[in-house]
Every structure is written in C-alpha cells, then in structure tokens.
Design a protein around this ligand. Structure first.
Ligand code: IVH
Length: 704
C-alpha cells in the first residue's frame, strides 16, 4: 500500500517522485512504442494522479522532466503534427544518362534558354528528411517530412543530434533548414551488435535504424543512438540565403551545419555525368549509404521561375544508382487480388540478401512478364519465360518492391512447367477478364470479391482518403474477418460504435489488444471523420483511375456532393453531363468512363449511398488565391510569347488560380495574344472575350 501523501517526508517525496517518473515513462514506452501495455489504464491514471498530488504538496521538488508536464494528448497520440510552412517535396528520378540530358533539355526549354546552365551535383543521402525551424537563431521546431504537408513534431529528438546546432549566429530571423538524418555504417554495426546483446530486434539497414531512432517517443532513446545530419535545402526564410544553390549551401555550412563535401558545380550534362561516376566510385568507401546523385539548377532565381509540379520541383532531379542484384530460387507464384480487381503475380523466393535487406517476395508484374513478352507481344529477356523452380535474378531499386529481372534457363529443373496464369479469381471464383489493350487480368467480382472489398477498405482509411487514426490496414483486416463486429464496406466503419454497444460481453474493450481508452479513441477518431471534404470522399471511394489529383479536380469543379453525384449518375456518353465531365482539364474519357461505371452499377451504388448517408460531406471551393486577379478566370494563350515559354506561362497562370484552356469559347475570360495570333483572336472577337498582349498579362499578374 502506498504511503499517505500527507505523511511523506521531503526525502521520501523526492524518492517517490523519481520512482513515479520512471514507472510512468516505462508505461508510456510499453504502450506507445512497443504497443504492449504493461499496466491497466486505471493504474496508469493512478500513477499520474499520485505524482501530481506529491508535486502539489512539494512544488519545489517538481522535476524538470515531470510526467505532469508531458502534454497528455501529444503523448497519447504519438507525435504532435506539424504543418510545414513550405511543403517538403520529393524528387523526380533519373535512371540513366539519357534521363539526365532530357532533364537538362526540359529545364532549358521551359526557361526558353539555348545556352548552357550550371547545376550543383551532390550525393543523395539514404536517410530520412528533417526540417529544422530556427527563429531568431534558436532551434524551435524539428519535423519529419510526413506526407510533405504535415509531418511529425520530433523537436526533442532532434535536439539530441550532435550535428544539429541549437543556436545560430547571424542567421535570418526565420530559417528552416532541411536535410537528411542518417546513420554511418560503423555506428549502424555497433548499434546492431548492442541489440544482439540485449536480445532486441535488429535493424535491416542504416536507414531503418535512423528512422526508428529519430521517431522515438522517448527522446532519451534517440539520444543514445548515433544519428547524423547533412543540410542540403531550406524551407521558409525571412530573407534569402544567397543567389545560388552552391553559395546558399556554403552559408548553411558557415552557420554550423554539416553539408556534404562532395557537392560541386557542373556546367551541363557531361560534367554532371562525370561527377555521378566519380561519386559512384567512392560510394563504398564513404562510410554511409547514398543511393544516387542529386542535380539542382544553381541559379536560385531560375529555380523560382521553374517552380514545382504537384510534388516535385522542376529544377532538381535524383540520378539513382543502378539497382542491387542477387540470384535465388523461385519457390512459388501466388496471385494477389488488388483494390480494382487486378490479379498480380507475386514471386515467393528462397530468402536472399539484396543490398543488405533480406528479400523473400518480389513482384512479377503480370502474365505477359512471366511469359517473357511485353504488352505489345515483343520478347523480353529474349523471350525466356519464368517458371516455379527457376533460378531467378532479384533486384531492388530504392524503396520499391523487389522485382525479378532475369532467369537462368541453364539451371532450370527438368520438371519445371510453364506457368499458367489463372482466368478465375483465386479469391472469389469470378471470371478474371483481360480487356483488349490492358496488361492486367482483373477479377470481375467487384464488391462480392473479398479481396477487392478488403483492399478497398484499406484504401478508404489510407492517408489521402479518410485517414482514420487507429484504423490502418492491419485493423481493417481484423475487422473484415471479425464475426462479432464485421466491417465489409466503408459504411460499416461508421456503424461500428453503435453495433459494438449492442454486443454485450463481446464488446471491443474486452478484447485482447483493446482497452477502454483505445476503443474510445478509435470511435472518436471515426466520429471525427463523418465530416469529410468532398475530395477526400471521392478519392476514398477507390474508383479505378481516380487518384488524389483527379479527386481534387472533380471536387473543385462540382463543389458539393449533390452536384457531383447528380452529374456522374447521368453521365452517359452524349449526355450534357458527360460533356461537362470530360471538359474538366485533367479528366479524360477513361477516368470519366470508370466513374460513370461505378455510379451506375447497382451494387457499387448501394455501397456508396450507404456510406454517404453516414456522412456530412463538406463542399470544396474552387482553388482561388484571394490576392490573385486571375483566380477562377479561364485564360487562353496564343501567338508567340517573348518573355516566357508557353509551358511557363501556363504553369504560372495555374499557380495563380486561373484555368488555362486550349481554345477560345464563350467561357473564356481572357485571351493573351502575342505576335502571330491567328484564328483565336477572331474567335475572341466573336465571343466578346477581352484580348491583351504579353506585357499586359505580366502587368495584370504583377510580374511586369
Ligand atoms: S533536395 C525540393 N538533396 O531524397 C527538393 N534531397 O527522393 C528537396 N535526399 O525527400 C530535396 N539527399 O529526403 C535533396 N542531397 C539531397 C538529398 C535529398 C537525400 C532525399 C530527401 C528527399 C528525397 C527525395
């Protein structure tokens, strides 16, 4: 029985606060990090209350790391979320020399330059990116990339990394430094040796070790792991660092950051490729993992002009090193059925190490690939087919799923038979049909196919869709198979709580892996997503060809669920709804057909209607930056533009919220006509559309 707090001496209280802090930290670790709670929720609350009561009686004794100061929600939810002031982007990849020269061509074409450009070349560090925010020279926040918009707040963890300065002298008032957290080969080997001693789990490679170490809820664990940091980019800035990439990186180095010593300037593709070979030759002796070389346009003014695509900058590219290879035996070919019914062959392999990672599964793409031909019927691997029992070559390129590259026919067992691709879905027995021109065979079972139904649910709860905290792929799989509380369609997720309430002793909270608190949290997280923006709903439906970008276009066009639903229900070819649908920039007939098919299919439609009945769909407004004079306007460019290329003009107009169309109609708001404008100028006159020249346009958008 714990001693009455009123009777504790000062010494006893101090000892007791230490004990409580340790017990609470251990309970937090067991619950959040190891997913293996050791004490009940009630006992946990009792520990925290006792700690708070002792602190109330002896305020001077409160520890600097007091459990009372750990924000309940942040600890309970894992890491807090941070919305990046400037999005954290990823990079487009180049895989061979031609991709690099194409990149240079594209950049110069976009800028309308015939002369050569200068680029930086630097190693691509194989770790995880981190954004560090300094205000008045003080580190105030560190966040992981997350989905690029919202990352995790890992400030306390980042403070334990020696390469990350806590204070800067002479830095801009606001400075976000971005770079890569990584672990050296030597530190990785020593860490794994310690893990062996502790009989703890081993890390597959330095990148996993770095990620696992940074993302620790207990920063003292991060502190004990030897992480390093290279700075290579920046986010928000109150004033520019310099005029060029190379000088800006030098500035970061002067401020006290580690920057990669292999960063150099290159004049054009020949020098870039030479530097790539040089870095590749040093790869094995660097002492840390790199997976390619990154090229960036050196002039920061040009970087600004080039801007971004949806998730990658136009001014940079990552030239990846060739994939790593190994040979092993193909033990079996399994068929997985995906969200849209695609039958994907998966190679089950005798485990083999490929570039430091043990691989036992790989993709075989589709039936043609196994048979040794491409989609057009031309031979691949000189026509060699792949059979169970074959000796096959496996390769990995970066994060992607391992693939089978080749087969050694000389080692083929005599008994090996050509693989017969199923024409019946292995999951539901429906016919698996292959459409003309499609490389993939698909199960025609739709929602009656359990594999499709489950994959749709996983998609539904995924990040870009409903993103329900505590309901990931693993939980969906469990609920899908659960006989007491089944979840077979998205609508079932929203009836979970009500159904659980009626389940008597079989309630979720009484089950292994759940407790009162976690069930409450799960139901609250589901409840919170009843209000869902239209674009997330459209994406969440998991309709073939309707990705996140398309869902955004559709939502912004139709704004409300009612308008969207009415339009798609009536969108049969030749109808006005169909014409409107395919008039949306970025929506083609394939996407439109797929949407219409889903909405006009009885079973699919019933599932959609049941879901929407559970929701309050939030309208999405057309994207219109408030201060842009051309937001929401439809603009057409014609004739020769002299100050920018057509592609640049289009991208800038779109960034300002304008729609850029290819021809003039009654819906056009503005025609920007350069010299040589022909029929479009006449069309404009016919429709009463205002016409301005290039300078007029630049003046209008404030870029003259
Ligand atoms: S620049 C706007 N430079 O690669 C461009 N990224 O595949 C920002 N990375 O998310 C990235 N080394 O985590 C850049 N020298 C380097 C890099 C690098 C590694 C990572 C970074 C990024 C990912 C993209």
């Amino acid at each position: 029985m714990a001693q009455d707090i009123g009777q504790l001496t000062e010494n006893q209280a101090r000892t007791e606060l230490v004990r409580l802090a340790e017990a609470i930290a251990a309970a937090n670790r067991a619950y959040h990090t190891l997913d293996a709670p050791e004490i009940s929720d009630a006992d946990y609350d009792a520990l925290k209350q006792r700690n708070a009561a002792i602190e109330a009686r002896f305020p001077a004794m409160k520890r600097s790391d007091s459990p009372s100061d750990q924000v309940g929600a942040a600890v309970a939810e894992g890491f807090g979320k941070v919305t990046h002031a400037v999005r954290m982007l990823s990079l487009e990849n180049a895989f061979d020399d031609a991709d690099v020269t194409d990149f240079d061509d594209r950049v110069r074409k976009y800028l309308g330059l015939t002369s050569g450009l200068t680029y930086t070349a630097e190693p691509k560090i194989d770790g995880l990116s981190l954004s560090l925010r300094y205000e008045s020279g003080v580190l105030v926040q560190a966040a992981t990339r997350g989905d690029g918009e919202v990352g995790e707040n890992v400030t306390e963890n980042a403070r334990t990394i020696a390469d990350i300065p806590q204070r800067l002298t002479g830095a801009p008032e606001v400075l976000e430094v971005r770079g890569e957290v990584y672990m050296s080969h030597a530190d990785f080997a020593a860490l794994n040796a310690r893990q062996v001693e502790k009989a703890d789990k081993l890390f597959a490679n330095p990148r996993n070790a770095a990620a696992g170490s940074l993302r620790q809820l207990d920063a003292s664990i991060t502190a004990a792991r030897p992480l390093r940091f290279f700075a290579y980019a920046w986010g928000a800035l109150s004033r520019p660092l310099d005029d060029t990439q190379i000088e800006a990186i030098q500035r970061l180095n002067d401020l006290g950051f580690q920057t990669n010593p292999l960063t150099v300037l290159c004049c054009g593709p020949a020098e870039m490729l030479a530097q790539y070979r040089k870095i590749e030759a040093q790869r094995a002796s660097l002492g840390y993992d790199i997976d390619g070389v990154v090229y960036k346009v050196n002039d920061l003014g040009l970087q600004t002009r080039l801007g971004f695509r949806s998730s990658t900058p136009r001014w940079a590219i990552a030239h990846k090193f060739p994939a790593e290879l190994a040979w092993t035996r193909l033990e079996a070919i399994d068929i997985q059925v995906g969200r849209t019914g695609a039958l994907s062959p998966v190679a089950r392999l005798a485990p083999v190490t490929v570039g430091g990672v043990v691989v036992s599964n790989a993709t075989l793409h589709n039936e043609d690939y196994i048979a040794g031909r491409d989609a057009k019927g031309n031979p691949i691997r000189e026509g060699r087919d792949i059979r169970v029992g074959d000796w096959v070559q496996v390769y990995r390129a970066g994060d992607v799923i391992p693939k089978i590259a080749d087969v050694d026919i000389a080692q083929r067992p005599e008994t090996a038979q050509p693989y017969v691709f199923p024409d019946i879905c292995p999951e539901c027995g429906s016919v698996a049909h292959r459409e003309e021109g499609d490389a993939v065979r698909r199960c025609t079972g739709g929602l009656i196919c359990p594999a499709q139904a489950m994959e749709r649910l996983k998609h539904f709860v995924s990040r870009g869709a409903f993103d329900i905290e505590g309901l990931g792929a693993k939980q969906v799989e469990l609920f899908f198979k659960d006989s007491d509380l089944p979840v077979k369609t998205p609508a079932d997720i929203f009836t979970l709580a009500a159904r659980d309430a009626a389940n008597g002793l079989k309630k979720l909270k009484n089950r292994d892996g759940f407790g009162e608190t976690s069930v409450k949290k799960l139901f609250a997280a589901i409840e919170a997503k009843r209000r869902i923006p239209l674009d997330r709903l459209i994406f969440g439906l998991g309709i073939r060809h309707v990705g996140e970008a398309a869902a955004g276009l559709l939502a912004r066009h139709y704004s409300s669920w009612a308008a969207f639903e009415a339009a798609i229900t009536h969108a049969t070819p030749d109808s006005p709804e169909w014409a409107e649908l395919i008039s949306i920039d970025g929506v083609g007939t394939v996407l439109a057909g797929s949407l219409a098919e889903a909405f006009q299919n009885t079973a699919e439609r019933a599932a959609i209607d049941a879901l929407v009945a559970e929701l309050q769909v939030q309208p999405v407004l057309a994207r219109a930056p408030l201060d842009s004079p051309v937001a929401g306007k439809t603009v057409v460019f014609t004739g020769t533009l002299e100050k920018m290329t057509r592609a640049e003009a289009k991208a800038r107009a779109e960034a300002l919220g304008a729609k850029v169309a290819g021809s003039v109609s009654a819906k056009t708001d503005l025609l920007v006509a350069g010299p040589g404008a022909g029929s479009k100028a006449k069309d404009a006159e016919k429709h009463g559309v205002s016409v301005i020249d290039e300078d007029g346009w630049l003046a209008l958008i404030g870029q003259a």
